[in-house]
Write a protein that binds this ligand. Structure first.
Ligand code: HEC
Length: 469
C-alpha cells in the first residue's frame, strides 16, 4: 500500500462514490437517451401536417431542451468531476490503473464530452434562429457525440468487471497498453453497452413523460395525447430486450462472481438470498410497475396523465437504475478490477509478497517522522483502513463493531486468520479479499479490532505486542 487512506466515518468511502454515481449515472444516461430523443422528436414534429400541432410540438421541445441543457451541462458535469475526485481519493490504485491503461480512451471521452456540451448549448440557443433543417442537424450531432461518450466509458466500466484473459495475461508487465482494444472490447462490453442503451432510451422516455405530464390536457388535449403516447414508446425497447441482455451479460461474467447471484437464488426458499439477488428482484418489481403505470395511466389515458404519475415512474426508474448499478458493484466483489486488483487496492499477484514483507512496509506515512516506533494499535488502524475500509466502517455502513460483536479476541483472531489463509472453502472468499500481511500484521489488526469491539474497562488500549518497526 503506497497511498494514505481517506477515512470517512459512518458512511464509508464507497458510498461517497456511490452517492455521486447515482446522480451522475442517471443524468448522463438520460443525456445520451435524450440526445437521441430530441432530434427524433424534432424530426417527427417537422413532418407533421397539422400546423398547430407542429408548432406546439416544437415549442414544447424547445423548453424540454432547456431542462436538458441545465441538467447535463450543470449537474452531469459537476457530478462527473465529483466522481473523479472521489475515486482518486478512495481508490488511488485502481484509478491509476484505469488512467494508465486507457489514456487515449479518456482523451477521446473528454473530447466527445466537450463536443456534446457545445452542441447541446448550440442546439438550445438556436431554436427559431437558424434554418429548421440545420437545427435538426445540430441535434443529430448532439445525439452522436453523447452516444460516443457512452460507447467509450462503457468499455472502461465493463473492463473493471471483466478485463478479459488477453489483458490479464500482460497485466503487471508494463505492456498493458498494447492490449488496449482487448481490454476495451472485453467480454461484457456488448451486452453491457446494449443494456445501457436500453436504459438511456427509457430514461429519455421517462423524462419526456415528466415534461409532457405538465401540459394542460384540457387546453391542448391533442398535443398532450400525442406527446405522452409517443414518449411511452421510448420505454418499450429496453423493457423487451433487457431480460435477454441481462442473461447474456451474466453469462460473460466469470462463474466465481456469478456465484454471488446463484447463491441467493438457490437459497431463496430458506429465506437467505444475497444482496445481488435482492437487487435483481427489485429491478423486476419496479420494471413491472413501470410497465403497468406507463401502459394504463399514460398510454391508455394520456390526457389525464399528471405530474405525480410521471414522478412515480421517475422514482421507480431511479430505483431500478440504482439497483442495477449496485448489483454490478456487488458482482465485482472482491475485486475492483476483476481477477487483478482486490477492492482494497491490493493487486492479486502481490498478495504473497505482502504476506512476507508486511502490509505497511511501503507506507511511509504510517511511520512517525523521527523514526519513533508506532504502536500495534496505530498499525492495526492503518491496516484496517487500508484493507477493510473500502467496504466496512466501524459504526455505519457494514459496521465491523456490530459484525464482530459478541466475539472475544480469540474469536476475532479466528476470523482474521480465516481471511488471511483464504482457503478455497472459506465462505468469505466470494465477497471479501484476503487479509494480507505478516503474522505481525494479523496481530496488529486483531488488537485494533478487539479494542473496538471489546474496549478495555480502564483507559488506554492493551495491545498484546510491543511496538515494532
Ligand atoms: C470487497 C469488500 C470487502 C472488504 C475489502 C472486506 N469486507 Fe468484510 N464483508 C464484506 C461483505 C459484503 C460482507 C457481508 C456483509 C453483510 O453480511 O452485511 C462482509 C462481512 C464481514 C464480516 C462479518 C462476517 C460474518 O460472518 O458475519 C466481518 C467480521 C468482516 N467482513 C471483516 C472484514 C475485515 C476484518 C476486513 C479487512 C481485513 C474486511 N472484512 C474486508 C465485504 C468486504
Amino acid at each position: 500500500m503506497n497511498y494514505p487512506f481517506w477515512n470517512i466515518p459512518h458512511l464509508g468511502s464507497g458510498w461517497v462514490i456511490g452517492i455521486m454515481a447515482i446522480f451522475h449515472v442517471v443524468i448522463s444516461q438520460f443525456a445520451v437517451g435524450g440526445g437521441l430523443y430530441l432530434p427524433m422528436a424534432e424530426r417527427k414534429a417537422l413532418r407533421m401536417t397539422d400546423p398547430a400541432l407542429r408548432s406546439a410540438w416544437l415549442k414544447q421541445l424547445a423548453s424540454h431542451s432547456k431542462f436538458f441543457l441545465i441538467l447535463t451541462g450543470v449537474f452531469g458535469t459537476v457530478t462527473g468531476v465529483g466522481i473523479w475526485f472521489a475515486i482518486g481519493l478512495t481508490h488511488p490504485e485502481a484509478t491509476s490503473t484505469l488512467i494508465h491503461n486507457f489514456v487515449f480512451g479518456w482523451a477521446m471521452e473528454w473530447v466527445f464530452f466537450i463536443l456534446e456540451l457545445t452542441t447541446v448549448a448550440v442546439y438550445y440557443y438556436t431554436w427559431n434562429r437558424i434554418d429548421e433543417e440545420l437545427h435538426l442537424k445540430v441535434g443529430w450531432c448532439y445525439a452522436g457525440f453523447s452516444a460516443a461518450t457512452l460507447i467509450i466509458i462503457n468499455g472502461i466500466l465493463a473492463f473493471m468487471l471483466t478485463p478479459g484473459s488477453t489483458w490479464l495475461a500482460v497485466a503487471g508487465t508494463g505492456q498493458e497498453a498494447s492490449k488496449f482494444w482487448n481490454a476495451f472490447f472485453n467480454p461484457t462490453y456488448w451486452p453491457s453497452l446494449l443494456m445501457r442503451v436500453g436504459v438511456c432510451t427509457s430514461l429519455a422516455g421517462v423524462w419526456a413523460l415528466i415534461t409532457s405530464s405538465r401540459m394542460d390536457g384540457d387546453k391542448e388535449p391533442a398535443l398532450k395525447a400525442s406527446m405522452v403516447k409517443w414518449s411511452v414508446k421510448w420505454l418499450v425497447p429496453s423493457f423487451v430486450a433487457t431480460p435477454f441482455l441481462l442473461v447474456w451479460y451474466l453469462f460473460m461474467v466469470p462463474a466465481s462472481q456469478r456465484a454471488l447471484l446463484t447463491l441467493g437464488i438457490d437459497t431463496i426458499n430458506s429465506g437467505t438470498f444475497s444482496t445481488v439477488t435482492r437487487m435483481a428482484l427489485i429491478i423486476v418489481i419496479t420494471s413491472a410497475t413501470i410497465i403497468g403505470v406507463a401502459y394504463f395511466l399514460a398510454y391508455r389515458n394520456p390526457v389525464d396523465f399528471n405530474l405525480s404519475h410521471a414522478l412515480a415512474v421517475l422514482l421507480l426508474a431511479y430505483i431500478a437504475t440504482g439497483a442495477g448499478e449496485y448489483s454490478r458493484e456487488m458482482l465485482r466483489k472482491p475485486y475492483v478490477i476483476g481477477n487483478w486488483m482486490y477492492s482494497n487496492g491490493v493487486r492479486v499477484p502481490y498478495a504473497k509478497r505482502i504476506n512476507t514483507e508486511g502490509y505497511l512496509v511501503h507506507s511511509n506515512w504510517v511511520w512517525s517522522k523521527d523514526g519513533a516506533p508506532t504502536t500495534s494499535y496505530s498499525r492495526g488502524e492503518a491496516i484496517f483502513r487500508g484493507e477493510c475500509g473500502s467496504c466496512h466502517t466501524l459504526d455505519g455502513y457494514r459496521p465491523l463493531r456490530q459484525l464482530l460483536s459478541g466475539r472475544d479476541q480469540a474469536s476475532i483472531r479466528n476470523m482474521i486468520v480465516m481471511l488471511h489463509d483464504y482457503k478455497d472453502d472459506s465462505p468469505y472468499k466470494k465477497f471479501m479479499p484476503p487479509m494480507v500481511g505478516t503474522q505481525h500484521d494479523v496481530d496488529d489488526l486483531v488488537n485494533y479490532l478487539n479494542a473496538q469491539v471489546n474496549p478495555a474497562p480502564t483507559s488506554g488500549q492493551k495491545p498484546i505486542l510491543t511496538a515494532q518497526k
